[in-house]
Design a binder for this molecule. Structure first.
Ligand code: ZN
Length: 145
């Protein structure tokens, strides 16, 4: 986090503005740094927790099962400098299953894209996916009709 210095700092404090360089937001009462800048700083300090929350949120959005714990995620990401640069993806080995223990691996972005393309072209994968949707539909019908 780059803070303002000298005259700019004094002016921003007087106006009650966030003292982070180039930020024009107004922080909450009794604070000198705004929420967005605090969030950014937290993300920079906790890249793994940030990635974990991000993946979990989007898994829920996409209706994918997520049972991985944060400890397991940290263990998984220990070998690479995951999070420092966004070069890595958390991949589900079997895309039909969710983010579960034993079904996740760390891939580089290019590896993961290649894998995705391969799976989309593979008839066996397509068939399995179709089966899953049929099963889900059956469960839905059982529950509601
Ligand atoms: Zn700010």
């Amino acid at each position: 986090m780059k803070l303002c210095t000298g005259e700019t700092l004094a002016r921003k404090i007087k106006k009650g503005k966030c003292i982070v360089f180039r930020c024009t937001n107004t922080p909450r009462k009794q604070r000198r740094v705004c929420c967005s800048c605090m969030k950014k700083e937290w993300r920079r300090k906790n890249p793994k927790m940030d990635s974990f929350a991000h993946i979990k949120f989007h898994a829920k959005e996409r209706g994918i099962i997520f049972t991985l714990t944060f400890e397991e995620f940290v263990k998984l990401t220990e070998e690479c400098d995951f999070g420092k640069r966004r070069l890595f993806h958390v991949d589900r080995i079997d895309a039909i299953r969710g983010y579960e223990t034993g079904n996740v691996q760390i891939l580089t972005v290019s590896e993961n894209v290649a894998k995705g393309n391969r799976e989309r072209m593979c008839p066996r994968y397509q068939a399995a996916l179709k089966k899953r949707f049929e099963k889900e539909e059956a469960d839905f019908v059982k529950e509601w009709y």
